[in-house]
Design a binder for this molecule. Sequence first.
Ligand code: GRF
Length: 195
Amino acid sequence: MTSTPRLAVLGSGKGSNFVAIQEAIITGKLDAQIVLVASDLPDAIILSKAAAFGLPTATLPPSPFRTKLSPEGEVALVELLQKHAVEWVILAGYMRVVKEPLLSAFPNRIINIHPSLLPAFKGLRAWEQALNARVFETGCTVHFVNRDIDAGEIIAQKRVSIALNDTPESLHARIQIAEHELYPSALAKVFREVA
Ligand code: GRF
């Protein structure tokens, strides 16, 4: 019998995808265990949500850069993940670009969720990009993380239609509902395939 996959979740925000994953674990829909929740922001809501579930939390060292950790910070993150015997790194609203040595320490083992149907609308506020492009549907994508932003191999996608009266907020809220369904099921698929 294979052992239960050990996950670290990294996030910078409100942690709703983390909660969806943890609830899928608790209800037996996802065979995995979250062994660490870490954030680059000490007051990120994801950390208090993780603590409320009784999960170990950590804050990453401060970085002089807004969009990435410092090289030393990235090394410290790898050490932290190894200390917790993490097997999979799950990004859930983590706002730093993943660099070396993290990429090499977890080859094909870092997964992200992005609020668009990649390869459309990479980057920030993808739901707003979709609205501005006047397309009729968008969605969310779970994908492996590589050195190129929002460009790793796609694992699963879910479509969300855009209504004529959608605002950025209403559309993002509907995409998030789709994300909460997609992320746990996409992880389950990945873990089944490597088992
Ligand atoms: C999600 O929309 C996700 O697609 C993007 O960041 C947001 C995180 O939301 N990468 P939450 O912190 O999980 O609520």
